[in-house]
Write a new protein. Sequence first.
Length: 190
Amino acid sequence: MGYWDLSLSLVSTIRHDGDGGVADDLDTVEGLADWLAAAPDLGVAPATEDLRLRVTELRAAVRSLFARAVRPLEPSRADAHNLIDVEAALARLNAAASGLGPPTLQWPPDGAPRLSYQLTATTAEGRLLATLAEAATRFLAGPDVTRLRACPAPRCVRYFLQDDPRQAWCKPSCGNRARVARHYQRHRNM
Ligand SMILES: [Zn+2]
């Protein structure tokens, strides 16, 4: 899984519940186990309440940094009133990344040179958190961060990467829903 996909997978565990509210896929240990099972790159850390708390704390940090990255546009409304301070978010992210060793340069024969980090954390939980932190760090410090957007459609709480500057919604169905909502708004105001 790429850095963006892994970061998106983490932040998207907070999602629209299909009924106008917000659901959290990681609000139980079972939910964490399901999410880990769906992301084979994340290793074999057993799902526990302690790990759930650590992952959701890291997620809060990443979502808060995403909220900063989309400024001056609005962040995802799922946690817009529940964001943590940028310095605290950075400290939390960097603490999770401490399970990575120093960078080494890799240059595959058929590819471009790239930095690689060994996972030096001694526990499976530490390696999981370091992997998530590396993905978010690489994404936030990389060129794609300028394309990060929070979908402004009614009820949608997703972050997405803009494919072109005119893309306003995370997916076409969100655009349709927004147009319908505007239509009703106009007619109500007539
Ligand atoms: Zn959307």
